[in-house]
Write a protein that binds this ligand. Sequence first.
Ligand SMILES: Nc1ncnc2c1ncn2[C@@H]1O[C@H](COP(=O)(O)OP(=O)(O)O)[C@@H](O)[C@H]1O
Ligand SMILES: [Mg+2]
Length: 527
Amino acid sequence: MAATPGNADFGKAINPDAELYLTLLENSDVGIVTIDQDKTIRFWNSWMEKASGHMTAHVLGKTMNDVFGDAMPSRLHSAIRDCLSLGMPAMISPSLNKSVLPLRPLPQFAEKFPQMQQSIRIQPVRISDGNLLCSITVRDVTLAVQRDQLLRRQAAELAELVTKTRRSEDRTRAILQNTIDAILVASEDGILEPLNARAQELCGPQGDPEIKNIIQFLLPDSGNNPPPKPPSDRLLTDLGTGVIEILACPANGHNIPLEVAISHFTAYGRYHYIITLRDISQRKRHELEIQNTMQELENSNAELEQFAYAASHDLQEPLRMVSSYTQLLARRYREKLDDTADEFIHYAVDGTQRMQRMIDDLLTLSRVGRHGKPFQPVALTGLFDAIEANLKRADSAPAGNIMRAPDLPVVVGDPSQLLQLFQNLVSNGLKYSDPAHAEVRISAREFESFWRISVSDNGIGIDPQYHASIFEIFKRLHGYGEYAGTGIGLALCKKIVERHGGNIHVESAPHEGSTFHVDLPKEHSVL
Ligand SMILES: Nc1ncnc2c1ncn2[C@@H]1O[C@H](COP(=O)(O)OP(=O)(O)O)[C@@H](O)[C@H]1O
Ligand SMILES: [Mg+2]
């Protein structure tokens, strides 16, 4: 390739082999400019032509300021001056200096970079005539700058990510530390690591020296090399239930019942267990309190029943005596004394008979809990047949019409107690009605978990304010003269229904009749 005429002239003047060197310089992939002592341009290669748009023929003999005008960076101007006068080299680069020569970037960078990013080297060159020239080498570093920018951006993003991760890690750690439960993690090989303060407390030197063994024993994978089974008093609940309760015995302090939850997760291709230990002291305390109260209640109930039974049983004997002697008096002296004496004797006989009934009823009531028979299927149709037969047989039974739904179910219970229950309700229904029109209806309705057996009458009804109290023992809404009775019937009904795990309640209003609903569960867990 032939050198431009201007450059060639300059070349030949320096060296006879100039043509070769010039061709090399011309085709170099960096910009090369040589400045003369008088600051005018002496050499300008074709790279510079392309990048600046200024042709060699036009720039030779001019100064850089002439060529670039206002766009000439002042730093380059002073560097050329210092190079020519003092022989000082210089470097102008995008990282050190903002302004560079107005050169065109390569098309692929044009969008992002309005100017080519350059690294300019200013070098003094002494030639054979002793003159000092200034050699300027311009390198296109746009690609490097672009890479640098990308790297910086990625570094910034990375830094942000690290900050964020650290922040979320801090948060996770804070949550872990402030959790009341102790949290530990175990790797596949069973090594336990406490994750928070509570876990440190329990498993650390002040904690329970045995606890790690116990936890390792509970881990599902402890199969191959199982740790020794802890003493049974350290495992509180049956392992088969899924809920595991253990007892921690810390070196310094009270024993703590703990509930253990074990879950697993995979991290970095390995299996890990998360173990949560929850202090259940308070729950255990409550459970114990409830148990104690239940026991006390059971004891006092049993005592009461015992007392009622003993009292009514022992009362029978003297009462029988009074009863037989007053009846004897009545038979022997009726109409032999005066009218008042007859009346007194009548009251005495009547009183003892009532007392006899009350004691019988009390005895029955006290036997509900103690002498109950095992539950069995009871067909209600047969049961009500028996009730009707009983009522017919008894001479003092109230009269009336008993109507039954055709589809009465088979329920589960104690047959003789169910008979007492429904006989009481039926005879109440007849008793508290107008004897001429008394009507009692029996029906059943199926619910998901229980049967509702209802006994309705068309009698005098009950004021809602007494709907609860009529089930109390001895509670009666009428005088004995009005309707005979001991006031124990509904209390007995309630006790029987409760023994069957059911409910009894009444729907009624004065003069509107009454309906007693008995709900009996279909399934019985405790018989
Ligand atoms: N079917 C009913 N209709 C109206 N009142 C009733 C009915 N059943 C019960 N009672 C009221 O409830 C009270 C308590 O009943 P109960 O315990 O059977 O005692 P008793 O029948 O011996 O009086 C009765 O005295 C009565 O006032
Ligand atoms: Mg009654």
